[in-house]
Design a protein around this ligand. Sequence first.
Ligand code: NAD
Ligand code: IPM
Ligand code: MN
Length: 359
Amino acid sequence: MKATITLLPGDGVGPEVTAEAVKVLDAVRRRFGHKFRFREALVGGAAIDATGNPLPPETLKAAREADAVLLGAVGGPKWSDPSAKVRPEQGLLRIRKELGLFANLRPVKVFPGLEKASTLKPEVISGVDLVIVRELTGGLYFGEPQGITGKPGAREAVDTLRYTEKEIERLVRVGFELARPRRKKVASVDKANVLASSRLWRDVAHRVRREYPEIEYEDILVDACSMYLVRRPADFDVIITENLFGDILSDEASMLAGSMGMLPSASLAESSKGLYEPVHGSAPDIAGKGIANPLAAVLSSAMLLEISLGLVEEARVVERAVHAFLGEGNRTADLAGPGEKAWSTAETGDDLARRILKG
Ligand code: NAD
Ligand code: IPM
Ligand code: MN
């Protein structure tokens, strides 16, 4: 198969982990005889430094023309002055909006052997296999008006939490469809006891739910959900939720898997177009040291193979390589216990590529 993959490495550990995901995709290309064309473009702080714009037009064009996009991470202390007019994160939000990437799938799995890497007890996290379906192009991230007005000392800030029925319904449907071949459970997470947007969310979810009688469904308030995620995480199958709740709950859920460095994601549009990105950020505290865990990026590229390119066997091969790597006790710094050898970012990618080529 022939495919064009646009790479947006971004900032901090973004380029480090993206390079390893590319090694893996390249190994897949060689093993299966595909033709992947990689096209790299600027996003985030790197794009601000080069062009003043966190999402230059050429980048958006390269993303639109590609079969799939693989993103590293954006942001960092260099660009995080709160009074700055342009911010790296605006580039990420804009590309999500421009490509219509409304559904962000964030699977959370505990790889066998990694139970010890989590801060939670092994008996609590064993068997965890859930996916957070986060709404990605609505809510507080995009609502207008947004901004700060007034004179210093008397300033006022506003953010707007707006959802339309249509936006809610298409996200809810993604959740139900995803649950069907899985454990057939959907938990819809909202704050309907306080927020009007959540009451609309719940109403729409209940309407859609009637079309899926075989799916077990529950409503959970977001504050309680954050607690259940550490109390009984293995009970969850598919969690559907709005943009900001999904952002927060997925970082919390990453510790079930042992590290932020383990969580991949797929941001999907109504077409098969997708942008694949680790859940983690640019990790300024470890950037440049060559110790970031590339598995979130590698697993994101497996999602890319499966969802956007339809290469299911290839995706399984990548996941099996990750399984085998971890199964033999190999650990990156974020997962290693005291005194354990920590694999570097590049060593990890090289090892995975070798496994994929060996078959
Ligand atoms: P972060 O996710 O970058 O880091 C949080 C913690 O997780 C840090 O201790 C970091 O070292 C660790 N971590 C993250 N990725 C890791 C990896 N691959 N391997 C090992 N450890 C890893 O979150 P933050 O520090 O709050 O944010 C830093 C910057 O990243 C901010 O500018 C933020 O806006 C941005 N950000 C970008 C994205 C994205 O591009 N998708 C996502 C989240 C945050
Ligand atoms: C994420 C990130 C982004 C978000 C930031 C960088 C804008 O935290 O992808 O989880 O909040 O969506
Ligand atoms: Mn986040």
